[in-house]
Design a protein around this ligand. Structure first.
Ligand SMILES: [Zn+2]
Length: 429
């Protein structure tokens, strides 16, 4: 199998195995450990070595992996940093979720982030996330859970019962979305269901207390198109960037400081202990370089690439883009620019990226939102403002952002990994 196909195969299994940020972080951690990274615990005191490779997680849903420079101090080497987010818009199970109507067992769900709701109907859904419980020894513990098989569905209302269905029907998140889990004569007990599922995977469970569980589509990620030009999957925004950053880091082989940070809660604003607006990265830097002057020198010699997917131009809705800034799938990674700092790109950081891309003849595109439309944002400006490091906002173009099944270009992935790899191997940023 050639390298391109091997990468796509690995990506597809990563996407399938990562239905939640918890699972994504678990997947990434095991890849890093396999490649010789050492897991550190934030509660312990650390002994770091020159050239050492380390990984730390927070809330099981955010992760930082980094390489210490081999021959220089951190304040001389700085960090080549790449940031992405582990979360994606989805439907979360409510704390008291049981709904029992007309003999159907349904779940109350809460909308997490900016979900495109319509594509969630008529999908073969499953449930995954983290559950906290008391075990047989009376200890409070938590474990990841994944039902894997399709156990839920949100059926559409037949068009015969709603003749307006194709002309812009609004979706009421409270009443339209509770999925069907089955049929039952008596009032269902969701925590009892979780207990059985946990016990199947070998846990001893006395009582389930709480959980963070999301619904997800069980359909596998797939290559689509006559020439398999496209990759279709849930959570491409932004597991794609997590994967590309991880691949590039694992392949990089310079003795300089390099760091990958993938945080949770971006889709809801990043304001949390584990989110990009929280102190996780800054606290890491304080541990690595306790002296303030050395830390400032290190950051001045560092650069961050904030990687998050960009809006490709949709041929059926082309007027949603500025005519000169409509990125096309498979025509290269997209530099995102916004005069109002919704993206953190500067001419200096974008030029650096163009230079790196040119080394492998990778084409580069640009995105600027239409001047009469509002602009999205990323962890780029947040991180840049928090730690004061020069930053670039970039991403592969995609369609159907925040749908349960998004679409990206296979060529872009392979190309972007090459540029990220060049970045991680830079002598100086
Ligand atoms: Zn995103």
């Amino acid at each position: 199998m050639n390298k391109r196909n091997k990468t796509l195969k690995q990506l597809i299994s990563f996407l399938n195995a990562s239905p939640t940020p918890f699972h994504a972080v678990q997947q990434m951690t095991s890849c890093l450990v396999e490649s010789g990274y050492k897991v550190l615990n934030e509660e312990d005191s650390w002994q770091l070595e020159a050239g050492g490779r380390y990984v730390v997680t927070r809330n099981d849903s955010s992760i930082i992996a980094w390489k210490m420079p081999q021959d220089r101090s951190l304040s001389e080497s700085g960090f080549r940093m790449l940031g992405a987010h582990t979360d994606s818009p989805c439907l979360r199970v409510k704390p008291n979720p049981e709904v029992h109507k007309h003999g159907y067992y349904q779940l109350g769900v809460e909308v997490y982030g900016g979900v495109l709701l319509a594509p969630w109907f008529d999908r073969d859904l499953s449930l995954a996330g983290r559950v906290s419980f008391i075990n047989d020894e009376g200890e409070l513990v938590s474990a990841l859970i994944n039902f894997e098989s399709p156990i839920a569905v949100i059926p559409s209302l037949a068009i015969h019962l709603d003749r307006e269905a194709n002309s812009g029907r609004a979706i009421n998140a409270q009443t339209f979305l509770p999925p069907l889990l089955g049929q039952s004569d008596k009032k269902p007990d969701f925590r009892a269901l979780l207990k059985v599922q946990l016990e199947k995977s070998g846990e001893s469970v006395s009582r389930v207390l709480d959980y963070e569980l999301s619904l997800y589509d069980t359909q596998s990620a797939a290559l689509i198109g006559l020439e398999q030009e496209f990759l279709a999957s849930a959570r491409l925004d932004n597991l794609l960037s997590c994967f590309m950053g991880l691949e590039a880091l694992l392949e990089s082989d310079s003795g300089e400081g390099a760091l990958l940070v993938c945080t949770d809660h971006e889709e809801v604003g990043s304001m949390s202990a584990a989110g990009a607006q929280g102190p996780m990265l800054e606290q890491l830097f304080e541990r690595l370089q306790p002296d303030a002057e050395s830390r400032s020198r290190m950051l001045a010699r560092s650069m961050m690439i904030s990687a998050d997917n960009a809006h490709g131009i949709h041929p059926n809705f082309a007027d949603k883009h500025d005519a000169n800034h409509g990125p096309i799938l498979n025509q290269g990674p997209v530099i995102k620019i916004n005069a109002n700092q919704r993206y953190a790109t500067s001419d200096i950081t974008s030029s650096k990226f163009r230079m790196l891309a040119a080394l492998d003849s990778v084409p580069v595109q640009e995105f600027v939102v239409r001047s009469d439309m509002g602009c999205g944002s990323t962890i780029g400006p947040i991180t840049s403002a928090e730690i004061g490091v020069k930053t670039l906002d970039i991403g592969v173009p995609q369609l159907a952002m925040h749908s349960i099944r998004e679409l990206a270009g296979t060529e872009d992935l392979v190309n972007t990994i090459r540029v990220f790899n060049r970045f991680f191997e830079l002598k100086q940023v």
